[in-house]
Design a protein around this ligand. Structure first.
Ligand code: NDP
Length: 304
């Protein structure tokens, strides 16, 4: 497939359909993997406050010499920061060292308290997650604060992540919410195609990003029989097939790697036939139904 295809967001901006994932790429790996990705031709990088790599990702971007308007940079706000949108965003943009981000996402639709015992997963004395009472502060309040960021010019688009359809419906129905999220980022791979949610988002003009497209840590999807069979037939790696499937189904896809050769190889897309795409659509059915591979036990039930 020549070049990386793009999708037009509801803001009018174009987003490259393949971006570099950077979860678990920190302590130098965020820098080197972003450098390698930009060298290999990626123009889209997915970061987050939670990944603790905004400073190194930003450094690699700044040093690349690639004009800023040729790149698409995303970062995200974590649950413990949901009540402090403006100050958290300012921290992110400072760490990145950029004038703006192309996309700012709410990482999860749940606010957690800062209670000092853990920056990322605060717990109550009984061991349960320290969630803020939604009557006091909900994800809708956070989204309203995110809308205000658009006026600063430092955020080109806002979006959501890990929202189920019910939560999106609630968000769209809120009279104070006037900006339809540009993007919903969710776990998507052949074991969890979530076709209904993808179709729902598309029907509302929300582009969908696939996280953990290879099945996350250890890339278990790459051992799937059907994926391996199609990879052999097309003479490419199983990773290329999993990534190309995400592109075929009109989603944006964020493969992560800290290895230069994999980063490069993951960009060699092939155009799947509809027959191949549908065969991959069916994989989860052959294996007993959809399966989440990234399912944090803290916080909320996401897909109920
Ligand atoms: P991925 O599905 O991208 O898989 C990453 C794993 O695959 C790593 O173990 C990596 O190893 C391995 N890998 C990558 N390429 C290859 C290859 N060609 N051959 C063999 N193994 C390979 O997992 P992630 O969970 O990281 O998801 C991708 C991105 O999505 C994240 O990095 C993040 O940006 C985003 N994300 C967002 C979430 C959210 O809540 N919004 C949650 C989870 C992810 P190695 O690095 O050693 O090469």
């Amino acid at each position: 497939m020549p070049g990386i295809p793009t999708i037009k967001l509801n803001t009018g901006a174009l987003i490259p359909q393949v971006g570099l994932g950077t979860w678990q790429s920190a302590d130098g790996d965020g820098y080197t993997s972003t450098v390698e990705a930009l060298k290999a031709g990626y123009t889209h990088i997915d970061s987050a406050m939670f990944y603790r790599n905004e400073a190194e990702v930003g450094k690699a971007i700044r040093e690349s010499g690639i004009p800023r308007d040729k790149l698409f940079v995303t970062t995200k706000i974590w649950p413990t920061d949901l009540q402090y949108v403006e100050e958290t965003f300012n921290k992110s943009i400072e760490l990145l060292g950029l004038d703006y981000v192309d996309l700012y996402l709410m990482h999860w639709p749940v606010a957690m308290n800062h209670n000092g015992n853990d920056r990322w997963y605060p717990t109550k004395p009984d061991g349960s997650t320290d969630i803020v009472d939604p009557e006091e502060w909900s994800y809708l309040d956070t989204y309203k604060e995110m809308q205000k960021l658009l006026k600063t010019g430092k955020v080109k688009a806002i979006g959501i992540s890990n929202f189920n359809q019910e939560r999106i419906e609630k968000l769209l129905a809120d009279p104070e919410i006037t900006v339809v999220p540009a993007v919903e980022q969710i776990e998507l791979h052949p074991l969890l195609p979530q076709q209904e949610l993808v179709d729902y988002c598309h029907s509302k003009g929300i582009a969908v990003e696939a996280y953990s497209p290879l099945g996350s840590t250890g890339a278990p999807i790459l051992n799937n029989e059907t994926i391996v069979k199609i990879a052999k037939k097309r003479d490419v790696s199983p990773a290329v097939i999993a990534i190309s499937w995400a592109v075929w189904r009109k989603t944006i896809v964020l493969p992560k790697s800290t290895h230069a050769e994999r980063i490069k190889a993951n960009l060699q897309l092939v155009e799947l036939t509809d027959e191949e795409g549908k065969e991959i659509d069916n994989i989860h059915k052959l294996l007993g139904g959809p399966k989440r591979l990234v399912d944090p036990q803290w916080g909320i039930k996401l897909f109920d």
